[in-house]
Design a protein around this ligand. Structure first.
Ligand code: BEZ
Length: 209
């Protein structure tokens, strides 16, 4: 086995990092990437990361030639061009735009869930902005309702960029927002998630606190 040629700025709790890790597993590339752990919040950035991503956000990927790419969508697209199996992001046509739009909905769920986590975990309770928190929870609820209504067959058809992203978003809700109880309102999504959670890539990347 050859040494990893790339380095991923990584935190196992980040759902955006998890998307990259799941794609690496699904495409058999996990040994090509060394992990550099980052401990960060919006008010306590990881200083080593800032040299490579001024936004201070993970994931970021240092390539073999020293160039650094980010964010998770760019990294997934890059890595999907580095293996010989079926692409997990359709290269063109209507499937590309549809699957990327589903992935974008999942990213929006993650954005709202991570921001909510920061507000609740990092700010004193008397400073919590309740209307803003309600707005983030509404975004999550509406996005899940759309997936439940329109996307189950598509998610079931391929474990690709769309399915990976939705699975990682749901995993993060379970990790940080068990109070959301998304399964109650979205039983088809819950059934789909139960199945895909058994995949080796999902088991290997399950976040633990
Ligand atoms: C978390 O602990 O929830 C977290 C860590 C890193 C990035 C995003 C979220």
């Amino acid at each position: 086995m050859s040494a990893p040629s790339m380095t991923l700025y990584h935190n196992p709790l980040s759902p955006f990092v998890r998307k990259v890790m799941v794609l690496l597993h699904e495409t058999g590339q996990q040994n090509r990437v060394a992990l550099q752990n980052c401990v960060l919040t919006p008010v306590a950035p990881d200083l080593a990361l800032l040299d490579d991503n001024p936004l201070g956000k993970i994931p970021a990927l240092r390539l073999a030639n020293g160039n650094v790419i980010h964010d998770s969508r760019v990294i997934l697209d890059y890595l999907d061009h580095q293996h010989v199996g079926n692409p997990l992001i359709p290269r063109d046509g209507s499937a590309r735009w549809r699957r990327m739009t589903l992935a974008s909905i999942a990213d929006g769920i993650m954005d709202a869930a991570v921001l909510t986590r920061y507000e609740v975990a990092l700010r004193a309770p008397e400073k919590h902005w309740d209307e803003w928190l309600d707005g983030q929870r509404d975004k999550i609820r509406r996005a899940l309702a759309l997936l439940e209504k329109d996307a189950i067959a598509e998610l079931t058809s391929h474990f690709d960029v769309a399915a990976i992203s939705v699975a990682c978003a749901l995993g993060y809700l379970d990790l940080r927002h068990p109070d959301v109880d998304w399964r109650e309102a979205n039983p088809k999504l819950a059934g789909w998630y139960f199945e895909v959670s058994q995949r080796a890539s999902m088991l290997a990347t399950m976040p633990k606190v």
